[in-house]
Design a protein around this ligand. Structure first.
Ligand code: AHG
Ligand code: MN
Ligand code: MN
Ligand code: MN
Length: 332
């Protein structure tokens, strides 16, 4: 059973991954190991996150990343933790990270997988004890194992993801992922150090009544976006915006809703990054029956041109995204 329905709530992540592995008798188990490596790093970052207020790891790190954002200490810590877990795990040949200017070549030419990662999503919420996350995309390398990695291994469209997911460090910590056969969510039981299946086979509601957008930028939106948000208000929808993409996406995925990061005058391509923010959530959305677009095309079909490229993102319940796109089409 590929949907996850046959696995009961309470199955450990490890057992779940193992049972999926036996669905693919010819697969070598490397992707399974990679998912375990990510889960391990997630537990470590969860621990750091939980004690951030006590351990003097709050606040700014004192450097900016390639996007010109001020790095927080936890951005840097999460980046180190994930890179370490992925390189020790041995399944990965290259990593793209929000916090690294260039591709990290692990010089592990036998590793079959490339990972793109936003180690810590929602940096502005770290110091105020609000939900933050991690986002990851996994690709199979294109060039043959044994040869040095090439840019084409890294610059693949989202449709080529073999797995994707996020960790939400929230009121509870969750790992939600897909390998292209539905979406499953696991909740972390910290006293046992285990993730347990809590949300099998997540299905996004087809419609919803929550809209999520940073309304402080309203004057910078084009008319299509302004008109659509006015429609949301006329319909009496609720506004919900945490400012951590993972948390906003997770809520809308479960409850039904739409998340929009539109082009603004300041950022004509929006703010979010294609490789390690939009693509993973787009695959999860699609696998759960929701939609992700940049306003013109499916996020998953965009051919990346640079590592840190940005994209507008409209993601969420099918009906809401379709209506939003009609409004955006008649913009100017
Ligand atoms: P990150 O913390 O990884 O740099 O991502 C920040 C992103 C995303 O989490 C969030 O949805 C968005 O920035 C919020 O941006 P605004 O403050 O412009 O609304
Ligand atoms: Mn950042
Ligand atoms: Mn982010
Ligand atoms: Mn980040």
């Amino acid at each position: 059973d590929q949907t996850g329905m046959a696995y009961s709530v309470g199955t450990t992540l490890d057992r779940f991954i193992k049972s999926k592995q036996s669905d693919f008798p010819f697969a070598s188990g490397e992707l399974s190991q990679l998912l375990r490596d990510i889960a391990l790093a997630a537990k470590i970052v969860n621990r750091e996150t939980n004690r951030a207020g006590l351990a003097n790891i709050g606040g700014a790190f004192g450097q900016t990343n390639v996007q010109g954002e001020e790095q927080q200490k936890l951005d840097v810590i999460a980046n180190i933790r994930f890179i370490r877990a992925l390189s020790k795990g041995g399944e990965v040949c290259a990593i793209v990270s929000e916090e690294e200017d260039a591709v990290i070549d692990l010089h592990n030419t036998s590793g079959k997988y490339v990972v793109a990662i936003d180690p810590l999503d929602g940096s502005s919420n770290i110091d105020v004890n609000i939900s933050i996350g991690t986002i990851f995309s996994i690709y199979r390398r294109i060039t043959p194992a044994g040869s040095p990695i090439q840019m084409e291994d890294v610059m693949q469209p989202g449709s080529k993801q073999v797995a994707a997911g996020y960790v939400l460090y929230g009121s509870s910590t969750m790992l939600v992922y897909t390998t292209g056969f539905g979406v499953n969510g696991f909740t972390y039981e910290s006293s046992l150090g285990e993730f347990f299946l809590s949300h099998p086979n997540i299905q996004a509601p087809k419609d919803g009544n929550i809209y999520s957008i940073n309304e402080g930028s309203e004057l910078e939106w084009n008319k299509g976006v302004q008109d659509y948000i006015r429609l949301c208000k006329e319909k009496g929808y609720s506004a919900r915006y945490i400012g951590s993409l993972v948390a906003d996406f997770h809520r809308n995925l479960l409850k039904g809703g739409i998340y929009i990061y539109p082009p603004t005058q300041k950022n004509p391509n929006g703010k979010l990054r294609l490789l390690y923010e939009a693509n993973a959530l787009a695959l999860l959305a699609e696998q759960a029956g929701a939609i992700a677009t940049d306003g013109k095309q499916n996020i998953l079909s965009i051919q990346p041109e640079s590592l840190h490229q940005r994209t507008p993102l409209i993601i969420g319940s099918e009906k809401m995204v379709q209506t939003a796109m009609e409004y955006f089409a008649e913009e100017k």
